[in-house]
Design a protein around this ligand. Structure first.
Ligand code: ADP
Length: 192
């Protein structure tokens, strides 16, 4: 199963991606985590990405695509993957389709976690206290939500228009939301 998880910052993508990784036995690929690892390691890519991430803006498409291609060709995605944090704009969505077509591994489904903006902001405020991620400060959170609404929301339509979108209500306990996601993945029984 090759699955893309979509949702605003704070929608619970990372948490659900971890559950899905265990359930589906496929790698969880988070571009945010790959970038944070590059920043922590002080690689040239990480040095370029650091300030952009701290401002809550998008790292350039070519940097993230190169990093993602390297990860998708690491040899462990034969049974699929859960992709979290990518694509974040239409250019990335098109680039991902082109890359995965070339690799013979097209996306099966994009699952969108739907959560009201007010709730997103309060969840991220809680996470800022618990985890201390530098991009969870109030100003950066506002910019990340703005970037999501302007650049990433059209990606939902991209998958809807190609018949690959499943929308899931992201409000509820982690277990409840996970069950809803699994329900959208269950094969529809043949009729007749
Ligand atoms: P969240 O979804 O909560 O914003 P992420 O861990 O997915 O958290 O991303 C953190 C930051 O990493 C983003 O605000 C952005 O700066 C950068 N980033 C992650 N994925 C991408 C991407 N696909 N394209 C550009 N920048 C990205």
């Amino acid at each position: 199963m090759r699955l893309v998880l979509l949702g605003a910052p704070g929608s619970g993508k990372g948490t659900q991606a971890t559950r899905l990784r265990e359930h589906l036995q496929v790698p969880h690929i988070s571009t945010g985590e790959l970038l944070r690892a590059a920043v922590a390691a002080g690689t040239p890519l990480g040095l370029k990405a650091k300030a952009v991430m701290e401002a809550g803006s998008l790292v350039s498409d070519d940097i993230v695509l190169g990093m993602l291609e390297e990860r998708l060709t690491a040899g462990d995605t034969g049974n699929g993957f859960v992709l979290d944090g990518y694509p974040r704009n239409l250019a990335q969505a098109n680039a991902l389709d082109a890359l995965l077509t070339r690799l013979g591994q097209p996306v099966d489904i994009a699952v969108q976690l739907d959560v009201d903006t007010e709730l997103l902001v309060s969840r991220l405020a809680g996470r800022a206290q618990a985890e201390g991620r530098v991009d969870d400060s109030p100003e950066t959170v506002r910019n990340r939500q703005k970037v999501y609404n302007e650049a990433t929301a059209p990606v939902v339509d991209f998958y809807r228009n190609s018949g690959r979108l499943a929308c899931v209500d992201g409000v509820g306990s982690v277990d409840e939301v996970f069950r809803r996601i699994l329900a959208t993945l269950a094969p529809t029984p043949d009729i007749g």
